[in-house]
Design a protein around this ligand. Sequence first.
Ligand code: ZN
Length: 196
Amino acid sequence: MSDAHFSLRPPRFCPNCGGHLTERLLETEDRPRLVCDQCQRIAYLNPRIVAGVIIERGGRLLLLRRAIEPRYGTWTFPAGYMEIDETAEEAAVREAEEEIGLKVKTGPLVGVYSRPAPESPGILVVVFQGQRPTGRVKVGHEVLEARWFSLDDIPWSELSFPTTHWALDAWLRARRDTRRRRPQRAARPRPRRRGG
Ligand SMILES: [Zn+2]
C-alpha cells in the first residue's frame, strides 16, 4: 500500500473555501456532519479506495514485504490508494509496477473488502487477479523484498491486514473451483471434410 498512514483525525478546514469546519446535526442528515462556517458546505468523510492485484506465475504467488508503516515487515500483494484520475484496474496495474517492477494485466475481480473506521482507516479494497506478469522483479522504495511463494507456503500469520487474508483466501478458493470445473477435455474429433 502506497500511503504510509491515514490519519483518523477529522479535517479542520473546508476543502472548498478553507473555512473552519464545525460538527453539526442538520435536519437533512442522519448523523452529525462537519459543516463549513463560511460556505456552509458539508465535508463528508468517506472511505478511501485501495486497489490491488494478486499475481501468479507458474503456480507460485508473488508477495511483497512492506518497508513502511503500518505493519512494517509484513507480507501483502501489490496494492495502494487510487488516484483521482484512475480506474481501479489502472491503479492496481500502476501499484504492481511501482512496488515490484512487474507489468501485469488485470483479470477477473477477486473481491471487494471493507475495513470501516474506527477500527481501521476506513478503506475499501478492490482486488483483481493479476495476469501475464512480464519484466523482472525490482522492488520499489516502499518494499523490503518480493518473493514468489508456493501456495502451501503462504505466510498466513505474517500477512499485513485482514483484507490481505480475506483476498488471498478468496483467490485460492476461486482458483480451486476453476480447476475443478475445468475437466480434462477429451480431444474433440475433428469434423471430416467432405470431398477430401
Ligand atoms: Zn467552506
